[in-house]
Design a protein around this ligand. Structure first.
Ligand SMILES: *[C@@H]1O[C@H](CO)[C@@H](O)[C@H](O)[C@H]1NC(C)=O
Ligand SMILES: *[C@@H]1O[C@H](CO)[C@@H](O)[C@H](O)[C@H]1NC(C)=O
Ligand SMILES: *[C@@H]1O[C@H](CO)[C@@H](O)[C@H](O)[C@H]1NC(C)=O
Ligand SMILES: *[C@@H]1O[C@H](CO)[C@@H](O)[C@H](O)[C@H]1NC(C)=O
Length: 495
């Protein structure tokens, strides 16, 4: 029986009774589930738009950036700890002056060696979730928010130890990024996100001209499995023809990345079964009734009929069987709102499942928004943006990129949402020969994960990390990204 992949984790929000128990990634689940579910609707997101990027030869808007770098410098974030030894900037870059559309960024330089360290752009997924609220404040940024929602503590394993890191809230409608044209919030998708991110980069490099020729790496997780390869492809195609700033893109790294609807969904249910979260019967039913090949989804939707209902039924059972766990880190606690004790003693080595709640409180303080040069607004982790174009796979872009730039695919191995199986199946379709055999890598004298080198792609797992790798395993994430930036395999055993 051949049937279409159907996304049923849409049911998940019902699993959190009264919303008092939340996964810290709750909003990110909702947005991706909504998108995948919308593929079955009468008005599905279009995939063809992605290819129709604007004429690659037409000049890109670049406004005057004079004096704006200094204006964007952050004096001090409210509640930041003593001894901050690096510069921070935040502000808006206009990407469309006619619509008054502007994207918000937060930029942290390295405490040492900033002049030589590369530039890293970080993108969170969703689609429509904030790279600042998730990536910077809960994962790889220099600070995390205490449970008082007012003060910050240092992340000693922040990626700005080895790079100058730029967090971009994209597209408009996400976080502090905005547009005066309201149709920008309802008609947006992968294409607009890539184009606006490109315009952002060009203007940002004018504002920070000392970074124009710096090596650039683009990194991200989850739905950034779309954003990152798409933006990289767009930069490279623009790079060939532009008479404007050439962006010195050297590589990409994507973590627990949503690359291909069918492959990632198959990987998810296989992970649930192999990690003892689903029964044999459910796994057998899914294998019998669900067809995970994702090409030509529309035709299959029309033909699927009753076997599709069977596939739905078994996937739904799979979700029920796993119970109320944090699918994003299957062995981690979930957030219990009534158990939060406000305090200022956060420690980056203690995973905090309620971190999203603290960040939302912090970023909605008026003095915090002022210190960030943000417009006063009700900030939330994920924007309610209408996603109208999204191809079902970014494997075509990845296949091309591996020939020209450094490509790493990494995976926190306790994530059930976009699990290690999904990444392995996706890489397998690239049919790349193995150049360096599977081996353990080390961080702080322990096995940090496993790595295998293919021709053109390095695949690294991060042991014990969930979906948002640095929030679960900060030290291991730093070891891994340092190796990526240096273009070396992560370290072997300590001698
Ligand atoms: C808003 O955006 C839509 C879609 O891009 C466009 O057709 C319209 O002209 C824009 N309106 C204004 C006032 O710029
Ligand atoms: C981008 O273009 C510049 C100038 O043509 C070239 O030197 C560089 O290698 C290109 N980068 C990539 C990744 O193609
Ligand atoms: C690039 O080319 C366009 C049109 O071909 C022209 O209008 C623009 O001024 C050029 N920009 C630069 C920086 O030379
Ligand atoms: C949440 O925390 C409260 C207060 O500590 C406790 O009474 C309750 O049992 C907890 N709920 C769950 C589901 O752990």
């Amino acid at each position: 029986m051949r049937v279409v992949v159907i996304w049923l984790l849409l049911l998940l929000p019902n699993y959190f009774p009264g919303f008092s128990i939340l996964s810290c990634m709750g909003d990110q689940i909702d947005n991706l589930n909504r998108l995948i579910a919308s593929r079955r609707s009468s008005n599905p997101p279009r995939s063809e738009l992605w290819a129709m990027l604007d004429d690659h030869n037409s000049p890109v808007y670049v406004g005057s950036q004079k004096g704006l770098m200094q204006a964007d410098k952050i004096d001090k974030l409210p509640g930041q700890p003593e001894g901050v030894d690096f510069d921070q900037y935040a502000g808006y870059v206009t990407v469309d002056p006619a619509a008054d559309r502007a994207l918000f960024y937060y930029f942290v330089e390295s405490p040492v060696n900033s002049l030589n360290n590369p530039l890293v752009l970080w993108l969170n997924g969703g689609p429509g979730c904030s790279s600042f609220g998730y990536g910077a404040m809960q994962e790889l940024g220099p600070f995390r928010v205490n449970s008082d929602g007012k003060t910050l503590y240092r992340n000693e394993y922040a990626w700005n130890n080895v790079a100058n890191v730029l967090f971009l809230e994209s597209p408009a409608g996400v976080g502090f990024s905005y547009s005066k044209n309201s149709s920008d919030y309802t008609d947006v998708g992968d294409k607009r996100t890539a184009e606006d991110s490109y315009v952002f980069l060009l203007n940002w490099l004018e504002r920070f001209p000392q970074y124009k020729t710096r090596d650039l790496f683009i990194t991200g997780e989850s739905y950034a499995g779309h954003y990152v390869p798409q933006l990289a492809s767009y930069i490279l195609s623009r790079n060939k023809s532009t008479n404007q700033t050439v962006i010195n893109l050297k590589g990409i790294a994507i973590g627990n990345a949503w690359i291909d609807d069918g492959i990632c969904t198959k990987g998810l249910f296989d992970y649930l079964w192999t990690h003892a979260l689903n029964s044999d019967e459910t796994n057998e039913g899914i294998n019998k009734y669900c067809d995970f090949s994702s090409e030509d989804l529309a035709t299959k939707l029309a033909d699927a009929g009753s076997t599709m209902d069977q596939c739905d039924k078994y996937q739904s059972r799979g979700v029920t069987e796993m119970g109320d766990i944090d699918l994003y880190g299957i062995y981690s606690p979930i957030c219990n709102l009534t158990a939060i004790k406000p305090g200022s003693d956060g420690n980056v080595l203690n995973f905090d499942p309620c971190s999203g709640i603290h960040v939302t409180s912090y970023l909605n303080l008026a003095k915090v928004q002022a210190s960030l040069h943000a417009k006063a607004t009700k900030w939330s982790g994920c924007g309610d943006v209408g996603w109208t174009d999204s191809p079902s796979s970014t494997l075509p872009q990845i296949r091309d990129l591996v020939k020209v730039i450094r490509v790493w695919i990494y995976s926190g191995d306790t994530d059930g949402r976009v699990p290690v199986t999904s990444s392995r199946y996706a890489i397998k379709t690239l049919q790349l020969p193995v150049e360096t055999a599977w081996q353990p890598w080390y961080s702080e004298s322990e096995v940090g994960g496993y790595v295998v080198g293919y021709k053109g792609v390095i695949f690294a797992t991060v042991r014990g990390a969930g979906h948002t790798v640095p929030s679960y395993q900060p030290a291991r994430s730093l070891t891994m990204i340092t190796s990526f930036l240096q273009g070396k395999l992560p370290p072997g055993p300590p001698s």
